[in-house]
Design a protein. Sequence first.
Length: 293
Amino acid sequence: MEKIYLSDSGPKVSKALYSLWRWEEMADFDETEAKRIFSMCLGLGINTFEFSASAKNDRIHKVFFDTLAENDFDRKDLVILARLGREVTPEGFEIIDQSRGALIGQLDSFLKRTGKEYLDILLLDGLDYITEIELIAATLDYLVHSGMVKHIGVANFTSSQYRLLKSVLDLPIVTNHLEFNLLNPEAIFDGRLDEIKESFGKPLVWAPLAGGDILEGTSLDRVVLREALVEIAEELDTNVEQVAVAWLLNLGMLPIIGSPTEARIRNVAAAANVTLSHQQWYRLFSLVSKLRK
């Protein structure tokens, strides 16, 4: 799989990324199957992997890094992303704490538990409403200059939050991690796509297939969209999944694969080799635009 620069100052990443989030959410999992899937990802040329920093995920993280060791995968060729700054309390509600102590403590704990010296990209997950933005920026600056983090990105930021952080942060923001797909194209219209491109960055998109709704949704608009996808897939001698992901790639977005299913992973990875014509891309865009009305 082709490797491209995430931004003019960011690392070189695979055109499709893999997130461990579904494995992290499993109460139990088959270690043998997990290793097989992770090895397959490496074999497909995926070098970029996303983690959450919670200690409850240590078991699957160990399986992942054991798999890398068994495949003789060099750390310098690996790009590790982790979302920090947000956690779920024992009471079951989310708290965003991006104070200096919280961010440094969360990162330090993650690095020690995984046995790594640094994080390639820290994704600031949401924006803390009550910690002063200048203090958040100063902490991020410290983490980069200390060598614990190589690059800063953001996750699930609104357009105004992105602009606010960028206005006080001396470091470049190399990416925005956001939800985006043919059924949820709002980043095109609300400025988030333009903002990250203005900084020569590429967005990372989760739920590129809308959680399967693009493939299986039964409402009329889903059926109409899927019919168009099927026709374009036939024109390109490929399949619906690859066309739906290629549509995102044409925008300069990089899909995050969250599925533990081999066929789904292979389809998203293969989409990196599919190119839509202007006519094909805008045919889907016209349907997407109508769905918003």
